[in-house]
Design a protein around this ligand. Structure first.
Ligand code: 7PJ
Length: 261
């Protein structure tokens, strides 16, 4: 899953891909590099980032999704926490909602997913992007995330979202310390027990910076590739990444060693 940020404040690409035209160009390159999915996001979710008004987020993502859907076969997901944005994106041609706020209590988002029979990424987060890194705390992070998956799948099913529509994501860096992130990465094999695809996002994240002393997000690729290879070994199905070409190469090698390909 290639990350296509359409935010002016995205920490990882400095807003270089903010215009629709530039976003389309970037998307084309990611597809040529081997991306099987494109994740379009109009709101930065880095710790402490300000939230974007609904109309502004729609203005950012909808034109890009419309043009992409008209030109490419690659499925498009929308990275949003807002049901209104999800609806607009699905109408524009997206087929998956990537929801970092699947820890919500309100069910509006899930009703939209059920109505459109869309794919849905249920990502674990503790708190909100505004507060999540203040003091993340768990008794047993892997166990709690695993229980969250089971509980969300049941809740989604009750609202008419079939398990086949859902992928599960432990939400690396979302209300987690370095130790929590490492515990979750160690627990990846366990998350496949739900019989749903597991999605993982580690690309350019700060825990990699801490482990490898790479302050600049662009310098965190070697660490991310190590995670990608281990994740493939552990049964992860989807990797959400900025660096598609390098990740596809790492995945191909990991798959060959594992005997999948
Ligand atoms: C993730 C995401 C992730 C899913 C972001 C960043 C922060 N969606 N959106 N999983 N991360 N599903 O790219 O560093 O890990 S935004």
């Amino acid at each position: 899953m290639g990350v296509l940020n359409v935010t002016p404040d995205s920490f990882s690409d400095g807003g270089r891909f903010f215009t629709a035209e530039a976003a389309l160009e970037c998307a084309g390159q990611m597809i040529r590099d081997g991306a099987d999915l494109l994740d379009v996001g109009g709101e930065s979710t880095r710790p402490g980032a300000a939230s974007v008004p609904i109309e502004e987020e729609i203005r950012r993502v909808v034109p890009v999704i419309q043009q992409l859907a008209a030109r490419v076969q690659t499925p498009i997901s929308v990275d949003t926490q807002k049901p209104e944005v999800a609806r607009a994106a699905l109408l524009a041609g997206a087929s998956i909602v990537n929801d970092i706020a699947a820890n919500r209590t309100d069910d509006t988002m899930w009703r939209v997913v059920a109505e459109f029979r869309a794919g849905y990424v249920a990502m674990h987060m503790q708190g909100t992007p505004q507060t999540m890194q203040q003091n993340p705390a768990y008794t047993d992070v892997a166990c709690e995330v695993d229980e969250f998956f089971a509980e969300r799948l049941a809740r989604l099913k009750a609202l008419g979202v079939r398990p086949e529509q859902v992928a599960l994501d432990p939400g690396i860096g979302f209300g987690k310390t370095l130790a929590h992130n490492l515990a979750l990465l160690r627990a990846l094999p366990r998350f496949t027990r739900h019989d749903r695809p597991v999605l993982l996002g580690v690309s350019r994240k700060s825990f990699l910076g801490k482990l490898t002393k790479a302050e600049n997000p662009a310098d965190r690729l070697p660490g991310a590739l190590a995670c990608a290879a281990l994740a493939v070994r552990d049964g992860v199905h989807v990797l959400r990444v900025h660096d598609v070409r390098a990740t596809v190469a790492a995945v191909r090698v990991a798959e060959a060693v594992k005997g999948d390909s």
